[in-house]
Design a protein around this ligand. Sequence first.
Ligand code: SAH
Ligand code: SF4
Length: 440
Amino acid sequence: MNMYDAVRITSYLSDNGFISTEAEDDADIIILNTCYIREKASAKIFSELGRLKKLYVNKKKAVPIFAIIGCVAKAESENVFKRAPYVSIVLSSQKYHLLPSFLNKVIKDRNTPTPENKKKKNLHLIDVELSGLEKFDNLTPLKKSDKVAFIQVQEGCDNFCTYCVVPNTRGREVSRSIPSVIDEAKGLCDLGVVEINLLGQNVDSFNGVDENRKPSTLGDLIKRVAILPSVKRIRYTTSYPSKITDDMIELHRTEKKLMPLVYLPIQSGSNEILHKMNRKYTREKYLEIIEKLKSANPSIQISSDFIVGFPTETEEDFEATLDIVRKVKFIQCYAFKYSPRPNTPAAVMEGQIDNKVKADRLRRLQMELRKNQDAFNKSCVGKVMSVLFTEVSKVDTDFVVGKNEYLQPVIVKGDKSLLGTIRDVKITSGSYANLKGEIV
Ligand code: SAH
Ligand code: SF4
């Protein structure tokens, strides 16, 4: 989601006359797009601000205009100015279309001379309101894109998992209209995009209206995107397990452009912990959904997220998580230690788990996950897989790198003429990190 926001911010600023630079010590403006999901998020931003400011002070250059955007901006609000008074702009993730006008105000203010004997005060501009879809009505279409692109189709989240800050930092769940998403998708096709990933925190609950103001489903949206001839691959992220509809499962049987990797965060394998997390499914229901998905399309594989050390998690609860990992054989996962977040119910629950125990469980879980990923990668050897090539290898320029249906990196001998194309590749070797192969 933040990557999508960053692409839109960069493009919108360039449409408004700003130019991006790769040199972090040579900018007039520095924008930090921030994430608040786990602890130390704010601390990291303030230390990064300090480090960047120092670069300029040491070089005796003017301190750039600093803007903080996103979930830390929302959570810390005015506090950003108290802790880092040299920051000029603070905007929530739904207000970044205001950046050009705010930046121009700050630039004008900095260029206006102050009366003698007066020290100029840094202008502070803030808007952290959560205004739903407002930004989409204001942003200009992208002018360039990678071959693989995201489209945000939904803002916010209404699930209120007890550990999570997203409902507070990104607000209530609201879906974009189908025409607005399709316009963006067509624009991306004109820029040569081949793969589109539809984004929402709870994307299966997408209910944007169509041209006739009729609420549509994620399945309806995917069918509309699939009609676009240049789009060859479609993904959607992130699914809330119990919200996957039978229609969506059916679409995995019929829609060949829909990739067979389903990202289905389970968080825990223990029903007791799932209940305390306010996740509205059980491990049995989760396994049932996977079975349905696989019977619709046997090539489907599952990836997931896990949280270990949630308050009151016992060794038995944790074993239930390991057990589900062994059963499902997830092929790629993110696992995190539970991190208590401000203003969330879980942060004040009894039974907080000692960090050492969390670290130990995370290590054990990662070992188990790695076994599955390793085994899956090795099982690909000898198979022909379809790969979308996106970059020349940084290690050896005689090779190019792409991603297969399951988002595994695949390396083959070749040059940049392959970039942006999808080719059948026979996999010749597989390690934990990547696959190697030959174009057939
Ligand atoms: N909407 C998605 C996930 C959004 S946040 C979903 O419900 O699956 C991405 C991941 O961050 C979550 O899946 C969860 O595993 C992790 N996460 C969120 N809050 C966390 C917390 N307080 N501590 C540790 N991990 C957390
Ligand atoms: Fe957070 Fe739960 Fe919403 Fe995901 S579904 S964003 S974990 S509240």
